[in-house]
Write a protein that binds this ligand. Sequence first.
Ligand SMILES: Nc1ncnc2c1ncn2[C@@H]1O[C@H](COP(=O)(O)OP(=O)(O)OP(=O)(O)O)[C@@H](O)[C@H]1O
Ligand SMILES: [Mg+2]
Length: 458
Amino acid sequence: MQRMLVADDDASIRSVLRDLLEDEGYDVDETESGAGVLSALTGKNGSIPDLVVMDIRMPDKTGIEVLRELSAMNKGGGALPIVVMTAFGTSSVAIEAMQLGAYDYITKPFNLDEVLVTIQRYFERMALSEQVQELSTRLGERDPNEIIIGNSQPMQEVYKTVGRVARSDATVLITGETGTGKELVATVLHRSSSYRAGQLVKVNCAALPETLLESELFGHEKGAFTGAVNQRKGRFEMANKGTIFLDEVGEMTLSTQKKLLRVLQEREFDRVGGSVPVKVDTRVISATNKVLPQEVESGRFREDLYYRLNVISIYLPALRDRLDDVPLLVEHFLSKHRASAGSGPSRISQGAMRTLMEYDWPGNVRQLENAIERAAVLSQGGVITEDHIDLSGADSRRFVDVAQQIRKGTTLRDLLGDVERQALSEALTQTDGDRVAAASLLGLDIPEFQSRFSAFNL
Ligand SMILES: Nc1ncnc2c1ncn2[C@@H]1O[C@H](COP(=O)(O)OP(=O)(O)OP(=O)(O)O)[C@@H](O)[C@H]1O
Ligand SMILES: [Mg+2]
């Protein structure tokens, strides 16, 4: 049973709240003073209450003084388990209370339903963060970048496959739209495999033109081509006794595909310009957001290679197909970015959460993470509302994929234009719209920044 403490110097209010809360099945204690709250929350009265409903005006210590003392002890520890009651119209006090770490406030005279909803929301939120904690300890990972979040049915399927292949060291192909967590899953697979003592070497097959990709993968001998002044080891050699992660594997040319096939079949390859085969023992995980069977069909991807890569396949669902995971993900990203920014606790309003749950997320989890990170900054550690949520720049944070653009026949002029537009808008985002600061961030003077800015109609 949840234990509540009601703190008010007015006995009639204490008894109204006690009746209300006991009817809802809470265990209720009372105190008439700020000192009583302090000793209860610091464990001096035996068991610590799960949540305190506290009046701001009390004769011995005001609620603000109580919060100040507690937040001094609670540095960086998240919201205090306190809902404060303030007189209607004293919003500055309410704001101060929130800044000192109170979880929420209600105004007097209060509406009993509002009191109950506020309290229920607190406990729901606590239950969510416990789930996140539990999941992360279960996976034995401390690094917040290596935890897969989600309890939805489609994610349960993912966990089953991940669990099954974790120790098998089988070759895995991970598919799914952009931002669904393919790289994350590859990392988790590597960490739980018997190759975990070795390196996880990542190669983005879309980022390099063919000749560079080959020497990147297989290395080259001295003098193999102009500029190859020394022998160089490739990624496959670096991944020996470890895992190689071939990202965007659907972008490889047919000739590179042929060389990759040989590595998978024979576990050996030649360096570019070399004639002595190099042997490797490497686990291979690849990922793509293309539909490879279609690529095979149209002759752009070798069928034999497809079968070699696709021994086990893991499909990551789009976020719009598992929207019930949004609250858990939000909770996870709030605590992740709180830890990294060292800022105060951010909380999210129900309206903002509704907005997030009604969106279709073309950029998937990556886009959600960016939106939360940005909202946390804008809300300055307070409550995130709808106004802090920006869903317009779906992919504004993604870099221009030069290799792909060139393949598509984009001219240099257009490419540079895209990069410039992105740089301007990114600089504005990072400086919260301050043009002077954005100009200096990009090393431009103000008139020049202005003229480029207006040229792009930003
Ligand atoms: N289920 C998840 N739980 C927690 N974080 C996630 C989850 N899925 C994705 N992320 C986070 O979202 C971001 C994008 O994920 P990731 O880079 O793995 O996506 P991807 O599928 O490889 O995308 P792309 O196809 O664009 O390369 C990362 O910061 C990752 O940690
Ligand atoms: Mg990726």
